[in-house]
Design a protein around this ligand. Sequence first.
Ligand code: SF4
Length: 392
Amino acid sequence: MRDHDIIVIYGKQIRNMAYEICMQAGLKDMILGKCASFEARIVLKPNLLGPVPASEGATTHPEIVEGVIRYLQEAGFRNLSVCEGSWVGDRTDDALLVCGYDTMLKRLGVPFVDLQKDKSRLVDCAGMNIRICEEPLSADFLINLPVMKGHCQTRMTCALKNMKGCIPNPEKRRFHQIGLFEPIGHLSAGLHQDFILTDSICSDLTFEDGGNPVVQNRIFAAADPVLNDAYCLQLMHLDETEVPYIRIAEQCGVGTADLSRASVRILTEKRGERGEACYYEKAECPPEGPAHNQTEAKTAGLIRVSELVHEVDSCSACYGRLVPVLRELEDEGVPVDRLRGICIGQGFRGKGGRLGIGSCTSGFEKSLPGCPPEEEKMKHWLRQLVEKLTDE
Ligand code: SF4
């Protein structure tokens, strides 16, 4: 596969699709072309942000990881590992179990490295020093397996932002303090991705922690993470100004965002005579259908309640819980407008105020403790708070 190639497969046999796309991309030759050895250290990085099954639209389907591993093992590569560090507030071990990776990786004999427990070192990422975990840095060939989905702070997340799982928790917090776009854009300059296989099976196009999956039955492969993410912008009907880290990564020399130079090849699943899955080439992308309208409606609701929140440098796990909880309460008829101005984020540490979420707002008159607070507790606390505010 060349840097400007994108290969897309539509279908439902997820494991077969992942295997097939590796074949179509010529992954074996890509690895041997770079490393010249079957002993190459190949590291796979899925998205396991938390204990959320892939069917919810937040994490990488284990079948995709299995399809890639089977391809690599059959091609003769043995030095494989899978790594990930869940977001601040969740344990990677829990995500591994809930997402079905634990048994799958044991069955295939591939080790898993929890990046929340890994060593790290400072790396010069195009002029920005970023602390990155050792396991992905040690890879001779790094395979990124992100989910194309929405994000509460960066609007969209895929190949570039998935690398944030490769930094330790204190560095994740620092990313939020300095504003996410710059460090995400720089990160891939210090941590090179060799092959990207994106999970777009049923991702949540509104929020990163899932719950509103939109069935798309699609995976796609690229060698350039910037081009990959520019392609995602197109699929999600977003403008590049909404996701500035893509241009920042391009300026850091990570790749190109120029889709006019991309060669997109679309395949779709077809059953063979004996029921086996095979693939044929197709000229046009299948229509998006009503899913896009549903997504727009959900996005509009989330944007509406997010306007109630005053957010300064909040972690994804904190803010990413608050906004869907507000939306759920609104759906249940709770007058969440009364919470307008509620504060969240590291920018409120040591400060005073009226209403706040998380330990960063512990100096406020009314503050929900936790770092980040649990979702159920947050919902219960906010419901009671609205009732109190109504009585006052
Ligand atoms: S309480 Fe503060 S530090 Fe903790 S998760 Fe929330 S925003 Fe981040």
